[in-house]
Design a protein around this ligand. Structure first.
Ligand code: TXA
Ligand code: MG
Length: 371
């Protein structure tokens, strides 16, 4: 990873409370004025939150350095963590990237518009404020009809991270965005709940072999089918170490975390359930408010505590759809401690476990292993 210093981009330079109050307008996606208003805000360097098929994004003009700086400030996000630039038409790529490798052409043909972000070498027009000082730029063409209409009609390349305060679970409903960003941004487009619920898959095509930097709805298997060989950043399921440099800088931060202390358990179903039941009793006896991240198969087996079901274990799409909403519920309901089950780490399960492990701060206990 290229390091850029002297640009004032270290995390310490972000002051959460320095954002001036802005009156935030919330408009429904079917309001006839919404696209015109959103384009006006973007062109004036302001910020618009909008729905995508993965999670809500917090958008600003990606070619306007001051708009990108505003995004970091509104989220309280370290500015060495680069933003994804969203486009509505393929022609927009020309101004944004230095070259389009063969593998990227195949990926775009197959998966755009859709939940896939591709890392390219950046063109000189893209400011370092947008790329967190990197020489590469992340580009995505979302398929959500509201995002797609906004991007393809305005033709503004929109830099947009997820529309949550830094460290909170990504927003999957307009209420999450209002909760986190009201008073900090100009406009929120309310397009209802999103479908996928986990952020896009990120693939870097700037090296010899394409590499997955963040797992998502487009799985390793789908990418391998299309491209043949594909690598996966080994940092994806590992706890960040001191000298830890995942290729997507954002992956090193503690993300998605509820305020409660979350611990996950792996092992046989019955063993996990009875272990969690015992721990819940203990914690409740100590006066703690306890939650359980369960599945449809186990929700009826927990004897006490607040049971939050993520859906059927085999139905990974519903688990991914519900995960962030349930992590936010942990906060809304004021839980002190939460226990949860783990999922298989293949297909969409890899993305689910990547996000869940981070939320748990990598506290995962294998009940099969002797202590
Ligand atoms: O589904 C999504 O991707 C959503 C919606 C709004 O499109 N966006 C999103 O953005 O998840 P954000 O900022 O929360 O995550 C962007 C990730 C970060 O981990 C960041 O480090 C990585 O993309 N990234 C961005 N530009 C990069 C680059 N040039 N090289 C490597 N990683 C990059
Ligand atoms: Mg994010």
């Amino acid at each position: 990873m290229e390091e850029v210093s002297g640009r004032g981009m270290s995390p310490e330079n972000i002051n959460f409370d320095s954002v001036p109050y802005i009156k935030t307008e919330v408009m429904k996606d079917y309001d006839p004025e919404v696209y015109k208003k959103a384009e006006e805000v973007l062109r004036a360097g302001g910020l618009v939150a909008f729905p995508t098929e993965t999670v809500y994004g917090l958008g600003g003009d990606g070619l306007n350095p001051s708009a990108s700086m505003k995004i970091y400030a509104a989220k309280g996000r370290p500015s060495d963590n680069p933003l994804i630039v969203h486009i509505g038409k393929i022609e927009q790529l020309r101004d944004l990237v230095a070259e389009v490798p063969e593998s990227a052409k195949k990926l775009m043909d197959r998966f755009w518009p859709g939940p896939l972000t591709i890392i390219f070498k950046k063109s000189p027009q893209v400011p370092y404020e947008t790329t967190g000082g990197l020489e590469t730029v992340a580009i995505r063409m979302p398929s959500h009809p509201v995002a797609n209409k906004l991007l393809s009609e305005s033709l503004v390349p929109v830099a947009a991270p997820s529309a949550n305060l830094s460290g909170r679970p990504s927003p999957t409903s307009p209420h999450h965005v209002i909760e986190d960003l009201s008073g900090r941004i100009d406009l929120i487009i309310d397009g209802g709940d999103v479908e996928i619920g986990l952020e896009s898959t990120i693939v870097d095509v700037t090296g010899e072999c394409p590499m997955i930097l963040r797992p998502g709805f487009i799985t390793e298997e789908m990418l391998e089918d299309l491209l043949g060989e594909i690598k996966i950043d080994p940092a994806i399921l590992k706890k960040p170490q001191k000298d830890f440099h995942p290729k997507a800088p954002g992956m090193k931060y503690k993300h998605y975390a509820p305020k409660a202390d979350l611990t996950l358990f792996s092992g046989d179903k019955d063993e996990v359930v009875s272990h969690i039941n015992a721990l819940v009793k203990e914690a409740e006896a100590m006066g703690k408010k306890v939650g359980i991240l369960a599945t449809k198969e186990t929700e009826g087996l927990y004897q006490s505590g607040e049971v939050l079901s993520l859906g059927e274990r085999e139905d990974e799409k519903s688990i991914s759809h519900n995960l962030y909403r349930m992590l936010r519920r942990c906060d809304e309901d004021g839980l002190d401690v939460v226990y949860g089950e783990v999922f298989y780490q293949h297909d969409l399960g890899l993305a689910i476990m990547n996000r869940l492990s981070k939320a748990a701060g990598y506290q995962i206990i294998d009940l099969k292993k002797p202590e």
